[in-house]
Design a protein around this ligand. Structure first.
Ligand SMILES: Nc1ncnc2c1ncn2[C@@H]1O[C@H](COP(=O)(O)OP(=O)(O)OP(=O)(O)O)[C@@H](O)[C@H]1O
Ligand SMILES: [Mg+2]
Length: 724
């Protein structure tokens, strides 16, 4: 029964007598809910129905293919237009079906027999139908299959008739490619429309029989479409072949975790993200414990800072100057620094008792005081103390606890571990791509160095806000110690406010997730990428990420570079793809690296190249290596992508950045991703286009190569950001 809405409202607010409506004017027919939600008009035509300003057309499926695969309706489900798809499934009673089949089989056998008797050729379709029926009869009799009637209808909504006709043709073609025959529900458009409404009323009743297996294949599995207008390419969506183009900064936080066993393609994927993010002006800072990013950094003109004994790069954990936000910002930074020093010193010294902690706190305050630094911001521009000063202060305190603390500190001040944090800071993050390498540090020192570098980066990040990505490779190092784990977690928690996306990569999934803070980091990462997992770790991964059985199976059996991509609520199977040029920069396959080196060596021996050919025969890392002036003279540099030079075939000099075949750009060509055979790095093939251009005969060249014909894909261009 229709309910008079205005009356209800009036009853509640008791403002007007029941026979009056809006504006106080009397109305004989108050609006009902039906009036409110009903379209202004409906016009039923023979092959469409117009409702308000919208047209609808219903198609029914009249013919199905003989063989289908699982998820065969996927093209319909992910059709690029709104469609109302209805499926009706009517279970049938097996006894009835068996009875009917017996009769039908008898009929078909009789047809065949009579054909034989008359000397006719047996009708092949009858023969096939009989075979099918016999097989099905057996299955149903065994109870292995059940029998159903299945109906499939599609209603296409469209704002105008022209668009409706076009979309209808597209739907028909899409279904036609699946060998599905569709027909318009001519003269039954109203029934068709009602059939595809979510009311469960099949008014057309155009069905086809199906057994359980066939029916199961019609299940409309959907996969999230992660193709956004903005962002960078992560790979191919395995579910529907679409591109995964995504901007991680569009999520509630830009943090990412990448988990996978060793060799699953974690660094590969992250490196591609680095290359592609840089193109869009995102700054990238990487903590690289395995020297995996060196080639890439050199090629892109980034800054590669190595921490090792005797390398000269130092970060002073006591450095206060770093925290200054802007000139004239009179904030007291000492307290904050002392807090972070507590965390750092606990990583160095191990667990501290309450008394030890209190002694350390006093010693820290005293150490700064001895340098004239107090909570007064004006004093905080003075030179910061060093680790050695703290050591001396502790010794000077002349109590047993302080001396025991000093003992624990000694090896970092004068013992075997004197290294990267015993002098004033001398590194700066000025390049859009800055990588901190700690491979050459002892295992014992790595978590400490990682903590210190992260602290340094974090301070920098807070000082000037910019779209940045911070990548911590082998993040499980930091999970080893509760304080460093806590620190990473606090970065993950707060990064959003500083326009920072933290990427944590780890192969030791179990170690990472054993720690509560590890799980907390995962929960604070909106983008989660799982690559191939080991069977030992899968159970834990499944628990933390709530994986279905199918997803677990996929992660166990997938290939390198394949995995699952979780972006907030959207899940998708992903395959990471790279162009040949990108592959040459990001691969860590020793065989391929060896081949590239060998190739470069042979080229060097063979080609007596004139100096005007900068890219003819050098190793890739050397080609794009920025000159010292490029990196140092420009405090602010950005990596920009430039159009590849247009090359005249006759004048193109050999180039290492070209491949012998025109390479498809993977972003634009998802169907044929670049295939790279191991040991055959396509990116390093020189291309002599004609005999006169042979690098062996440089003197025969018809003309000198144009200076910009050999430009790399990325060029480091200094820009003035006005902060000089
Ligand atoms: N999508 C991909 N396409 C082609 N090759 C790939 C892909 N992903 C990874 N590889 C290859 O697989 C190898 C291992 O990849 P990667 O270095 O990224 O492993 P990883 O997961 O970082 O391992 P580890 O944890 O040991 O550092 C590399 O040689 C790389 O070239
Ligand atoms: Mg790696």
């Amino acid at each position: 029964m229709p309910v008079a809405l205005p009356n209800i409202i009036k009853t509640f607010i008791n403002l007007q007598p029941p026979n009056q409506t809006r504006g106080g004017k009397p109305s004989k027919t108050p609006l009902s809910i039906t009036d409110l939600i009903a379209p202004p008009m409906i016009e039923v035509d023979f092959d469409n129905i117009k409702m308000g300003n919208y047209f609808f057309r219903t198609l029914f499926v009249a013919g199905y293919p003989r063989y289908v695969n699982a998820n065969w309706l996927e093209p319909l489900v992910s059709f690029n237009h709104t469609l109302d798809v209805s499926m009706y499934i009517y279970p049938q009673r097996s006894e009835e079906i068996l009875e009917n089949m017996k009769r039908k089989i008898g009929e078909m056998e009789a047809t065949i027999q009579s054909d034989i008797k008359r000397g006719h050729v047996i009708e092949p379709s009858v023969q096939v139908a009989l075979e099918d029926a016999l097989a099905l009869q057996q299955e149903i009799a065994k109870g292995a299959q059940r029998f159903f009637q299945f109906a499939l209808y599609v209603t296409i909504p469209s704002p105008n008739l022209e668009n409706l006709n076009k979309t209808t043709r597209q739907v028909e073609a899409t279904l036609g490619s699946l060998m599905i025959v569709t027909k318009k529900a001519v003269l039954q458009m109203e029934e068709g429309f009602k059939t595809t409404m979510p009311m469960g009323q099949d008014r057309l009743m155009i069905t086809r029989n199906m057994d359980t297996t066939s029916l199961a294949t019609t299940f409309p599995f959907t996969t999230s479409v992660l193709t956004a207008n903005e962002g960078i390419l992560y790979g191919l969506n395995e579910g529907n072949g679409s591109l995964v183009i995504f901007d991680r900064f569009s999520l509630e936080n830009a943090n990412t975790v990448v988990f996978g066993k060793s060799g699953s393609g974690k660094s590969y994927m992250v490196k591609l993200e680095v290359i592609r993010s840089l193109m869009f002006g995102t700054e990238v800072i990487i903590l690289d414990p395995e020297n995996e990013y060196e080639t890439l950094t050199r090629a892109l003109g980034g800054e590669y800072i190595k921490f090792q004994f005797g390398a000269g790069t130092k970060i002073n954990p006591f450095d206060l100057g770093l925290l200054r936000v802007t000139e004239g910002d009179e904030e007291n930074e000492l307290n904050q620094k002392i807090l972070s020093l507590h965390g750092f010193l606990r990583v160095i010294m191990g667990k501290l008792t309450a008394t030890e902690d209190a002694t350390l706190d006093r010693a820290l305050v005293l150490t700064y005081k001895q340098k004239g630094i107090t909570p007064d911001p004006a004093t905080q521009t003075k030179e910061s103390p060093l680790m050695e000063d703290l050591y001396k202060t502790l010794i000077g305190m002349e109590n047993q606890i302080a001396i025991s603390l000093a003992d624990r500190l000694e090896k970092f001040v004068k013992g075997s571990l004197v290294g990267i944090f015993d002098q004033q800071t001398n590194v700066e993050i000025t390049n859009p791509l800055t990588v901190f390498s700690i491979r050459d540090l002892e295992d014992e020192l790595r978590p400490i160095a990682m903590y210190l570098i992260l602290d340094y980066i974090w301070t920098k990040v807070r000082r000037s806000m910019k779209r940045r990505i911070l990548i911590v490779d082998e993040g499980w190092y930091l999970m080893k110690h509760p304080d460093s784990a806590q620190f990473l977690y606090s970065i993950a928690k707060r990064s959003r406010k500083y326009y920072l996306g933290l990427t944590t990569i780890t192969q030791d999934v179990e170690d990472f997730m054993e720690v509560e803070l590890g799980k907390a980091i995962i929960q604070n990462s909106s983008l989660q990428i799982l690559l191939k997992q080991s069977s030992a770790a899968i159970e834990k991964v499944a628990k933390v990420f709530y994986l279905s059985e199918g997803e677990q199976h996929l992660l166990l059996s997938c290939e390198t570079g394949q995995g699952l991509f979780f972006a907030g609520p959207a899940h998708a199977g992903i395959r990471v793809i790279a162009s040949a040029e990108e592959h040459a920069l990001v691969t860590t396959n020793p065989k391929e690296l060896e081949a590239m080196k060998e190739k470069a060596r042979i080229d060097k021996l063979q080609i007596a190249s004139p100096p005007s050919q900068p890219m003819g025969n050098q190793p890739l890392a050397e080609i794009n290596k920025p000159t010292a002036s490029q990196v140092k003279a420009s405090p602010m540099t950005t990596v920009v992508i430039e159009d590849l030079p247009k090359k005249e075939p006759a004048t193109t000099p050999p180039s290492q950045m070209q491949s012998s075949q025109p390479q498809p750009i993977p972003q634009l060509n998802p169907i044929t991703p670049p295939i790279i055979k191991p040991g055959e790095p396509a990116a390093l093939k020189p291309v002599p286009a004609s005999p006169t251009e042979s690098p062996l005969l440089p003197q025969q060249k018809p003309e000198q190569p144009k200076p910009d014909a050999n430009r790399p894909l990325f060029t480091v261009v200094p820009i003035d950001d006005g902060k000089k």
